[in-house]
Design a protein around this ligand. Structure first.
Ligand code: AHM
Ligand code: MG
Length: 341
C-alpha cells in the first residue's frame, strides 16, 4: 500500500487532520473507491469514542472487572468490554468491514456480507488491562487486511501472515491521546486535540533511532528465561561507560506504551518465551503483527528471536508469540546472546 501515501511531505503538514491525511491518501490512488478510506475513518471515530470514556474513567462507572474472562483466560475489565463493543459497533456501520477479530472474543464477528465489505480488522480493544484502574497509559491496537474473495468472511481469512497487512496502528491514551498509523510506507502520529475534536498530525514520518541505551522487559520473569536472555540481561546492566552501559530500564507493562516509547526514542522491548509462557505472552494477531508492521515501516525490527514476526503463518486466532521489537542495533545485540548455543 506504498501508493496510499499522500504525494508531498513537508513540515507545513503539521496540524493536518487525520481525516484529511486519510482522504489525501485515497485521492492519490486513481482506482480508489473510498472503502479503505471510510474504514480508516471509522477506526479514528472509534478511537475518539474510546478516548472520551478513558478520560472520564473514575467519574463514570467503567473501572473494575466485568466478572468474565476472555478467550485467553484474562480477566475482562469493564473498559476492555466497552472498547471492544465500541469498535464492533462503529466498524459494523458503512458496510466496509466484512468481519473483525478481537482479543476479547473467542471467534470472529461477521459484520457485513455486502459486496463493498472487503476488509477485515483485527484489534486489541484496550491493551494494558492491568493498568486501567491505576491511571497508567493504555491503548488500542489494530490491523487491517483485505478479504480476498467474494463470499462471507471466515475465520480462515484471518490466518494470514502480518506482511499482508494493508494498514496497522495504535492509539495511546497517555498524557495525551495519539493515533499512530502506517499503510506500509511512512509512519505518522496524530495527537488528539479535545477542543477541536480531531487528531492533528504531530509526528510526521516517525523513524526508529538505530540505537538507544534503553531496554524494556518484565525482569520479574528473569528466573524463567532461557540462558541467552539471562546473559543479554546481565550484559545490558554491566558497568562499561565506554560502551554506554549500563542501559536504562523502562517498563510500563502496557505494550502500547512500551512500544510507543521504543518507536520514538529507540531501544528494545522484549516479551520473550519463558518457562511459564513457552509461546511468549503477547498475541500474534492483535499485538505482535500490528507492531511488527509499524516497526518495520519505521526502520526498526520485529522478531520472535528466531523468525521475522511478519512471516509467521498463524494457525489460530489467539495464538501467542515471543516478541522482540526495537532499534536495529539493540535487536542485533539481543540476538547475539540468544543465538549462542
Ligand atoms: P492485555 O492485552 O490483556 O492488556 O495484556 C497484554 C499486556 C501488554 O500490554 C504488556 O506488554 C504485557 O501484557 C505485560 O505483561 P506482564 O504484566 O506479564 O509484564
Ligand atoms: Mg494487549
Amino acid at each position: 500500500m506504498e501508493d496510499y501515501e499522500p504525494a508531498e511531505s513537508d513540515s507545513s503538514r503539521i496540524g493536518l487532520t487525520l481525516e484529511t491525511y486519510i482522504l489525501e491518501g485515497m485521492l492519490g490512488r486513481r482506482e480508489a473507491r473510498g472503502y479503505f478510506t471510510s474504514l480508516l475513518n471509522q477506526l479514528a471515530l472509534a478511537a475518539k469514542m474510546i478516548t472520551s470514556r478513558v478520560r472520564r474513567a473514575g467519574l463514570v462507572n467503567v473501572l473494575g472487572t466485568t466478572g468474565d474472562t476472555n478467550a485467553t483466560g484474562d480477566v475482562v475489565q469493564k473498559l476492555d468490554q466497552e472498547a471492544h463493543e465500541t469498535l464492533l459497533r462503529v466498524l459494523g456501520r458503512r458496510n466496509h468491514c466484512a468481519a473483525a477479530a478481537s482479543e476479547e472474543e473467542e471467534d470472529i464477528r461477521v459484520l457485513s456480507t455486502a459486496q463493498s465489505a472487503q476488509y477485515l480488522v483485527v484489534f486489541d480493544p484496550l491493551d494494558g488491562s492491568s493498568n486501567i484502574d491505576v491511571n497508567i497509559s493504555i491503548g488500542t491496537i489494530f490491523g487491517v487486511y483485505r478479504k480476498d474473495h467474494d463470499g462471507p468472511a471466515t475465520q480462515a481469512d484471518f490466518l494470514k501472515p502480518g506482511r499482508e497487512l494493508q494498514a496497522a496502528g495504535y492509539v495511546i491514551y497517555g498524557s495525551s491521546t495519539q493515533f499512530v498509523i502506517t499503510t506500509g510506507g511512512s509512519v505518522h502520529g496524530f495527537t488528539y486535540d479535545p477542543s477541536v475534536g480531531e487528531f492533528l498530525l504531530s509526528h510526521e514520518n516517525i523513524r526508529v533511532p538505530v540505537h538507544h541505551a534503553t531496554y524494556s522487559i518484565n525482569e520479574g520473569n528473569a528466573g524463567r528465561w532461557a540462558p541467552g536472555v539471562k546473559r543479554w540481561n546481565e550484559w545490558v546492566k554491566e558497568e562499561n561507560p565506554t560502551q554506554g552501559r549500563p542501559y536504562s530500564s523502562r517498563y510500563v507493562g502496557t505494550l502500547v506504551a512500551d512500544a510507543h516509547r521504543t518507536l520514538l526514542r529507540g531501544g528494545l522491548f522484549a516479551y520473550p518465551a519463558d518457562a511459564k509462557n513457552p509461546e511468549g505472552k503477547l498475541r500474534l494477531l492483535y499485538e505482535a503483527n500490528p507492531f511488527a508492521f509499524i516497526f518495520e515501516a519505521a526502520g526498526g525490527v520485529a522478531t520472535t528471536g528466531q523468525a521475522r514476526i511478519l512471516d509467521l503463518q498463524p494457525t489460530t486466532l489467539h495464538q501467542k508469540v515471543p516478541l522482540i521489537l526495537g532499534s536495529k542495533r539493540n535487536v542485533a545485540e539481543f540476538l547475539r546472546f540468544t543465538d549462542e548455543p
